[in-house]
Design a protein around this ligand. Sequence first.
Ligand code: CTP
Length: 399
Amino acid sequence: MKLTGKKIILGVTGSIAAYKAVYLLRRLVEEEADVTVVMTTEAAIFISPLTFRTLSKKPVYTEMFELNQREEITHLYLGRDADMILVAPATANIIGKMANGIADDLLSTILMAAKCPVIMAPAMDSEMYENPIVQRNISCLRQFKVDFTGPAIGPLASGISGPGRMSDPEEILSFVGDKLAMDKDMDGHVTLITAGPTREAIDPVRYISNISSGKMGYAIAGAAKRRGARVILISGPTALTPPSGVECIHVTTSEDMCDAVMNRLAEATVVIMAAAVSDFRPAEKVFSKIKKGESITLNLIKTTDILEEIHRKKGAQFVVGFAAETEDLIINAKEKLKSKHLDMIVANDVSLPEAGFEKDTNIVILMDRWGDVIEYPVMSKSDVADKILDCVIARVSHE
Ligand code: CTP
């Protein structure tokens, strides 16, 4: 297992197990990880920062308000750049602080600002570890997706034996490796995602569109990027900023969107059509503003169904469609799964208050062409994005 180039912040807190963090750092560096050490003041009583500095060949951070070379706020930029924060050893104190939203030193503040995965390797006396308050704090952090490795059971510094020993550094290392590999489970994939509405011109100043905000498609694009995929996002007009590192192609009409998808289809391994494509467009192109009369009749014709085009031209891509419904959700979505020749469909009832267009949450049912149906509770669109990608990856690798 190599961790080449992975940016890891190793947080060291004030426990006698801090000496094992020295060996852990050495092993992380041997695996080619790019490690920055952040120590609490108490940790620096057990082990000198110089030891960590020598092994990491980088400055060791302890102070909240020290100036850094980039003239940025240290706790923000350290956390922003990291692929992972590993706190080893993690005392009852740092666990309690994070679980309760306390940020009163550099490490706890970095943890508060972090967007990357956090792993903690607890180390404390058994009596502390078994305290229901500590246990409550650990389960609270697990709910916020903090992972724990250990503690192991065995003789402790206090003389008693029980749970509380920091896990063996090799065990922590393999936990870190698995976690980073899992987080990059879309490595090598090229994901083509459409998002947002399309606009069909009535005349140069008016159009037909729909209320799609693009939030679901953008969330999938961000999640796929984070999981290691190369992402091509083809977006109708939205008010959103594309996630960083994603190639975004802006389009307006359903025709533009269809062309953009077809141009890039061959590169993709996964296609996710989250856009709310207009089903109709005005039959005639009108080049001057229509003057107001008593009434006007628009002659609308069907737009090209992009998913049908994809089916016609596609190779081995895994294709996911969406079904936005207001009634008979499962029946209609099953029908679309079949008629549009999809591998998977994400069905949502857009009439529910926590689901559909413009919302930050969604309630979805995933159905695949093998007959699996998975219903999810209300979730944030970013969690829904991960569930969709979990299902895609599980199915692509079993094909
Ligand atoms: N879609 C498409 N091309 C279109 C219209 C829709 O590729 N011209 C895709 C959407 O991106 C979505 C799926 O088809 O992934 C289903 O879209 P939806 O609006 O739910 O269904 P429609 O096919 O438009 O059918 P209806 O509006 O009658 O429900």
